[in-house]
Design a protein around this ligand. Structure first.
Ligand code: ACO
Length: 443
């Protein structure tokens, strides 16, 4: 019996945020394109004082402080990120400066990178360590951190920024455990979103392709997941009805709604005579291939899934709608959001997670809530933190991204932005020297 799992979660997002309604006006696009078309409300971003190392340090240090543990209690620390600022040195090694004062240098784990999926592999690796003979009795921590920025154009409003730290351990204090061996993975070689230009922070994106790759990966994982669940639970038809809550990697909110509807379409294909599907029989013989581009089908299943969506999925979407895509941190931020919104209503419930990273890697897995999560929810105080951010206008947002562009990969500089907007306790970049060594400070 596996007893390893999640004991705590912390999240960090920058204080600076831009409204997508205002950005629509500024960019001169039709009203509703970002807010209704993509379903996003606001987008977090950071200036040149913060980078992937500083946001990872901030979230890790905050987790350690809030959960009252010491850096000497951590035996493994893994990082999932796709925000690359050094082609050799891992973000994990930079985080080791936080362990210096307590003299703990025996901390396994490094970075895992593949678009938005790296955090999931880091999470699986750390669970494996906890279950292995190499486990030394200490905590495992996984940090997912990313700054999602796009070149000007239709992808830019799907950016964002955030970091999550998961505290993992073993024994009676564990709150969420993986439902073992219920897990499904799908990986293949695609060029939907990638970063071949090493002198730019921006990805190369084929937007339409990312969406079809995401949905194909979702279908494949769900097919494998449901078959495995039926075997494991000795149940005839496993469907959305058997899932209490579901959280998705959230590139933008509309994608999450479409993904949920897509799962219902999969249920329909597996059980077309179910009464629930009375009104969508017109799609009974559609091929899987044709189903991806059929707008009537999409509309029909979005409408049919609406009430289930509100119950099972919507509670975990509040954060991502307000900070945007945080790549590796997105899925785990959404889990934190669900916990923050629902608290102990989640007790004994099954939460299914879908992780997707372009290129592509994807997994679907399940967590069972086995202990009170009220304490986690209280420590997150998510809504308060989101509403106390600093609203920047689209012009300043655009200038900030220009500054990041100019600074990317440069040596020998001190950041221009002031630290006034940072909350006390936030780590920030002090200087990059002529060799590229980075020095940080804490507000
Ligand atoms: N009011 C309401 N809806 C509107 C409006 C408007 N004024 N204008 C457009 N829309 C709708 C469209 O009808 C469309 O709806 P649909 O999806 O239901 O068909 C939606 O907004 C998107 O508009 P499009 O013109 O189809 O696409 P756009 O050119 O805006 O690009 C995209 C969207 C592809 C998501 C782009 O932002 C992108 O490339 N983002 C980055 C890639 C990404 O996030 N991929 C997801 C998975 S991979 C990952 O996580 C990075």
């Amino acid at each position: 019996n596996v007893t390893s799992g999640i004991l705590g979660i912390e999240i960090y997002f920058p204080q600076t945020v831009v409204s997508l309604q205002e950005l629509e006006k500024f960019d001169g696009v039709s009203q509703g394109k970002y807010t209704i078309g993509l379903g996003q409300e606001n987008m977090s971003f950071c200036g040149d004082r913060e980078d992937v190392i500083s946001i990872a340090m901030t979230v890790l240090d905050s987790l350690v402080a809030k959960y009252g543990i010491s850096y000497s209690d951590i035996g493994r620390l893994e990082v999932g990120t796709e925000t690359i600022i050094d082609k050799s040195k891992s973000v994990k090694t930079a985080l080791m400066q936080l362990f210096e004062s307590c003299g703990n240098t025996e901390v396994e784990g490094l970075d895992t990178t593949n678009a938005c999926y790296g955090g999931t592999q880091a999470f699986f690796n750390t669970l494996n360590w906890l279950e292995s003979p190499y486990w030394n009795g200490k905590y495992g921590v996984v940090v997912m951190a990313d700054i999602a920025v796009y070149a000007p154009g239709p992808a830019r409003p799907t950016g964002g920024c955030g970091a999550v730290a998961l505290l993992l351990g073993k024994g009676s204090q564990v709150k969420l455990v993986p439902e073992v061996p219920l897990r499904a993975t799908h990986m293949e070689n695609t060029y939907d979103f990638f970063k071949p230009n090493l002198s730019s922070e921006y990805p190369t994106v084929d937007g339409a392709k990312t969406i079809s790759c995401y949905l194909r990966a979702l279908d494949t994982c769900y097919g494998r997941f449901t078959r495995r669940a039926e075997e494991l639970l000795k149940q005839e038809k496993f469907s959305l009805q058997d899932i209490d809550y579901i959280v998705f990697h959230a590139p933008f909110h509309k994608m999450v709604q479409k993904s949920f509807a897509r799962l219902l379409f999969n249920d329909f294909r597996r059980d077309p005579d179910n009464k629930l599907f009375e009104n969508v029989q017109a799609f009974r013989n559609i091929s899987m291939e044709a189903s991806y581009s059929d707008k009537d089908l999409e509309k029909a299943f979005m409408s049919l899934s609406k009430s289930l969506y509100e119950k099972k999925c919507a509670p975990g979407t509040f954060l991502a709608r307000n900070i945007g895509n945080s790549y590796t941190a997105s899925l785990y931020g959404n889990l934190a959001c669900l916990i923050s919104e629902k608290g102990n209503e989640l007790l004994n419930k099954r939460i299914v997670l879908f992780s997707y990273g372009s290129g592509l890697a994807s997994s679907m897995f399940s967590l069972k809530v086995v202990g009170s999560v009220e304490d986690i929810a209280k420590k997150l105080y998510l809504r308060e933190r989101l509403s106390s951010r600093i609203w920047m206008n689209p012009e300043d947002f655009t200038k900030t991204l220009q500054l990041r562009e100019e600074r990317y990969g440069k040596l020998n500089y001190s950041p221009l932005h002031s630290i006034d907007s940072l909350l006390p306790g936030t780590f920030y970049l002090e200087q990059v020297d002529s060799l590229g060594c980075r020095k940080y400070n804490r507000k």
